[in-house]
Design a protein around this ligand. Structure first.
Ligand code: ADP
Length: 276
């Protein structure tokens, strides 16, 4: 009645029958309205906290490489430039940190594109097994450096067609495989398996690395969430990889999940629509 009277003030009276429990109905509506408003306010408050935390995290993440770059450049300016022992290596280190800045900004850009609802999913039919194979090739240097072997699990059809955004799904595979290497063990292995789920294909990336504790699971896909900050940073992580993965899979209206045991390894699984 509240909404109605706002829209059709005056007319509403004609519809009221004396048998209706008008006061009761209005009461229910007011209660419902109060409830919704309260929830909206709580939600806005939560977002505000989230926003503040996010800005804090971003500036912290950007500061680390910026201060490193500043340190190297200042040392070079203070005479280091003429010191053959350090001039080249300091420039190299500054350059590495610039790369890191670019990585962070790229990841932030991907996230903001999705959050502004502008992530366009460019669907096409492609072979996911082949894409996994190509992604392994792309990352074999990283894998070799950590002595991790990358392979497709045995027993699957050599060709499985899915309908999705190929570039974005490759980004998902890159992030998951890179994580399996970064948080893997020396001499470990990363395997990808494919499972038929009627309309969808389940893609699983498994490793036998350090694993994830139960208590960290719920926050894993949050922006900037890292279990071991120093290990992540050392490995070039930004803490944004998994939140990008989640965004991409959600933009496809598909799901992602994780199973893991600390010390034994982790399995990240996501679904994709089968190409008909
Ligand atoms: P990062 O850039 O730090 O790797 P991610 O968002 O990709 O950020 O991952 C978030 C955190 O989740 C990581 O810092 C790491 O602690 C944990 N993590 C992700 N993948 C794995 C994995 N395969 N095994 C163990 N821990 C992982």
């Amino acid at each position: 009645y509240i909404h109605q009277s706002k829209q059709t003030s005056g007319k509403v009276l004609n519809d009221i029958s004396l048998n209706d429990d008008i006061i009761g109905q209005v009461n229910d509506e007011v209660a419902e309205w109060a409830d919704t408003t309260e929830k909206e306010i709580a939600n806005l408050k939560k977002m505000e906290v989230f926003r503040k935390e996010f800005i804090g995290n971003v500036s912290h993440e950007l500061k680390t490489p910026i201060f490193s770059i500043q340190g190297y450049i200042q040392t070079l300016l203070d005479g280091g430039l003429y010191d053959q022992q350090i001039n080249y290596s300091y420039l190299k280190k500054a350059d590495k940190n610039v790369e890191r800045l670019i990585n962070i900004v790229d990841d932030l850009e991907t996230i903001s594109t999705h959050e502004s609802g502008k992530m366009i999913v460019d669907y096409e039919a492609f072979d996911i097994v082949q894409l996994a194979q190509e992604t392994f090739e792309l990352l074999d240097m990283n894998a070799d450096a950590n002595d991790v072997s990358l392979s497709i699990k045995k027993g699957f059809s050599p060709s499985i067609k899915v309908y999705a955004d190929k570039d974005k799904i490759q980004q998902v595979l890159i992030n998951l495989i890179n994580n399996s290497i970064k948080y893997g063990k020396i001499g470990g292995k990363t395997e990808i398996g494919f499972y038929d789920l009627a309309e969808n294909i389940l893609v699983e990336v498994s490793d036998d690395g350090i694993g994830i504790g139960e208590e960290d699971m719920p926050r894993l896909f949050e922006r900037f969430y890292r279990i071991d900050k120093s290990r992540s940073r050392e490995a070039g992580g930004t803490g944004l990889g998994l939140s990008i993965v989640k965004h991409i899979i959600e933009a496809h209206k598909q799901t992602i999940n994780v199973r893991s045991t600390r010390g034994l390894g982790s399995t990240f699984g996501f679904t994709l629509r089968k190409a008909s």
